[in-house]
Design a protein around this ligand. Structure first.
Ligand SMILES: *Cc1c(COP(=O)(O)O)cnc(C)c1O
Length: 377
């Protein structure tokens, strides 16, 4: 499933389990323990936990090894994205996806409102449009697959292009995870993660990460974390590392479930426009096959009967759960257009984050919910 071996030569499935362990000491723990601390004894490299705390490093080592760079953990995905934004030069021109995680877009547009950046929103699935918009730009911010429409950028081409033009290239790799694509190996400068999602995997923590190769970027991000104060919590880093150990296993299952649901939904008369990168009908299906090591755990579909039917459906499911967020072991769904900040999302579109339950139970639940809800007369 995974796209490559870590620096150790081990496959990523093994790296997820073997990296980030304390040195073996007889009767010492196999895992790095939770260590709540602000004050640290003087004389070390950090001196105060806001400047860095060694128990976080186990998690950072694993994320770094998976992505092929140096990782830093942050208090949330947005904290990591905000730190990445701090790498931007003064008054930058930023090319960013029109449809992507709404709060990242809002942050960039807020900078523009304040006169601190020029933002050019583009369709990231259209490489020619992205490349044209990059003329004179300082930063290319990509998310692929995009949240929530699951559009796919031609990441190998765009990363190579940005590198050649010396445009800072930031990739939000939350939906793909390093098991499906590794942007740093394609030439991206910064990878951003909401580890809240698939990395943590159990819907019980907020955490983010940046991963870079360049030492200057690494130092700048470290300073952004220390000065901005968006440090991760002790419990969160512990839980996230615990979750990461099973990311390959969870992804295998959730991806297999997603493929089954996508196929069956696409044959259901009450459903239209199922989007899943693994379906031949996905607008970038060939790109998915060429650039992703798997089709992922997210899908979207539209119900016949508009927003009202979609709202009724999320209230009718019993195995699936109506919540936002994604990437957990639980299958969740929501009508994304209910958020006023969303753009270009059809009113009747449901986003599903497929989890690790039995596929037949998920399918029966969707079927009963489609049956129980009616199209308005
Ligand atoms: C959720 C999400 C974020 C933000 O992460 P938080 O951990 O919620 O702050 C950023 N990018 C993508 C693609 C996301 O799905």
């Amino acid at each position: 499933m995974s796209v490559g071996a870590g620096a150790s030569g081990l496959r990523l499935e093994t790296v997820a389990i073997s990296a980030g362990r304390p040195a073996p000491i007889p009767d010492g723990p196999l895992n790095v323990p939770i260590t709540p601390a602000s004050a640290l004894h003087a004389g070390g490299a950090s001196g105060y936990a806001r400047a860095g705390h060694s128990p976080w490093e186990a998690l950072e080592e694993v994320i770094g090894a998976l992505e092929g760079g140096h990782a830093l953990a942050f208090s949330s995905g947005m904290a990591a994205a905000t730190a990445a934004i701090s790498l931007l030069p003064r008054q930058p021109t930023v090319v960013a996806p029109e449809v992507a995680y709404m709060d990242v877009r809002r942050s960039l547009l807020r900078l523009q409102e304040l006169g601190r950046a020029q933002v050019r929103l583009v369709d990231v699935t259209d490489s020619e449009a992205v490349i044209a918009a990059c003329d004179g730009a300082d930063v290319l911010w990509v998310e692929s697959p995009t949240n929530p429409l699951l559009g796919l950028a031609d990441l190998p081409r765009l990363c190579a292009f940005a590198r050649e033009r010396r445009i800072l290239c930031v990739v939000d790799n939350t939906l793909a995870t390093p098991l499906l694509q590794r942007p740093l190996s394609l030439g991206a400068d910064v990878v951003v993660h909401s580890a809240t999602k698939a990395m943590g995997g159990h819907s019980d923590l907020l955490l983010g990460a940046t991963v870079v190769r360049d030492d200057q970027h690494r130092h700048a991000l470290h300073e952004a974390r220390e000065m901005g104060g968006a440090t991760p919590g002790a419990l969160e880093t512990y839980l996230c590392l615990r979750g990461l150990r099973t990311l390959p296993l969870r992804l295998e299952r959730s991806q297999a479930n997603a493929a089954v649901l996508a196929q069956r939904l696409s044959e259901h008369p009450e459903v239209h426009e199922v989007r899943y990168p693994g379906l031949g009908s996905h607008p970038q299906h060939d790109r998915a096959r060429a650039t992703l090591a798997g089709a992922g755990f997210m899908l979207t579909f539209r119900v016949r009967g508009g927003a009202a039917r979609a709202d009724a459906l999320v209230d009718t499911v019993q195995v699936l759960t109506h919540v936002t967020s994604l990437g957990g072991v639980e299958t969740t769904l929501e009508r994304r257009a209910r958020y006023p900040a969303e753009r270009g999302i059809p009113e009747d579109l449901l986003r599903v984050s497929v989890g690790c339950e039995h596929a037949e139970d998920l399918w029966q639940d969707l079927q009963q919910a489609l049956e129980a809800t009616q199209r308005p007369a």
